[in-house]
Design a protein. Sequence first.
Lengths: 317, 77
Amino acid sequence: MIKPIIDWLVYGIFKMRKGALLSEALNFFLYDTIKIFLLLTVIIFIVAIIRTFFSPEKTRLILSNKKNCWGNVLAAFLGIVTPFCSCSAVPLFLGFLEAGVPLGVTFSFLVASPMINEVALVMLWGIFGWKISLIYIGSGLVIAIVSGIVIGSFKVEDLVEQFGQKKQACCAVLLSGMKFRDRIVYAEEYVTDLLKRIWLFVILGIGVGAWIHGYVPADFLGRIAGKGNWLAVPLATLIGIPLYSNAAGVIPLVSALTEKGVAMGTALSFMMAVTALSLPEFIILRRAMKLKLLIIFASVVGMGIMFTGYLFNLILR
Amino acid sequence: MKIEVLGTGCPKCKQFAANAEAAVKELNIQVEVNKVTDIGKIIEYGVMMTPALVVDGVVITAGKVLSKDEIKKILSK
């Protein structure tokens, strides 16, 4: 539907030659940008509506005293729909523990929530297609569940920093008790706020992606980051750690790189590291966890991500 | 009356504190808006999502940036 309009604009109005590098790159850029912004607006609006039915308080209630593995599974799924922002990661983490949510279950939530977020999903779906998105969601859930179970089995509750006891239950007014119109207003605000924050990264990501798509020779990166290089997966994971909050810009870039020879599993590892392992979030979480726990958390999740990378490098293509 | 804004210093929390200050100013009441950034204090209030609004020690909202008008409505009650 968008494609003919873009073709008409680029080849008809701008009078650019079909098949020329510059016109192809521009065509690619315009098409992807419009498609992604349409998808972002529609899907994030729907996700925001769904989110009004969930709150950390509700999720905490569901998860409290869930001792076995089902708690981890439930936590990972709830992590997708419960609103989460890394700036409130500490109060959320401690709030969960205090309400009797087991440590391992809390970690499953803490991994799934940032990794499987709506922005990453829209970008993956719009740029890589539904198959890769499903693989990403599936492996993300497995990593969150398994990491939680593993960390839970270490019995490291003593590595959580101690804070004073809470005095009261929160809150007088919450998202519950919303009317349908309130939910629509909330979702509208949510979409506007989010687009305002990420639009530049999206355009930059797609722009650089379009440039790579048009100008970098195919298989340029095949030797460094293809399936043959076993070091590519851990390297991609490490590079992904400091790149938080740029998932919107990183995904189109990664897509262009996979065309130039980066193996799909390696690309998945990189994107997962960008969303799930973030340096700023670690610095925030250090206030709630002893360094040892933070290292355990990062290594367990990091190993899960690398395993996923190797696995899909073997399976895909 | 005692007004506290709980937040760890994220952009949303700063926006919220500014809204609260504007609301107090427009209502013409003599109270100070205290910004609480200490994680321990925030936990004590049982808040899991910042920013949060606390009036006279009672948590009113959490996890949502209220507009100036919404805060005015809450404060004039």
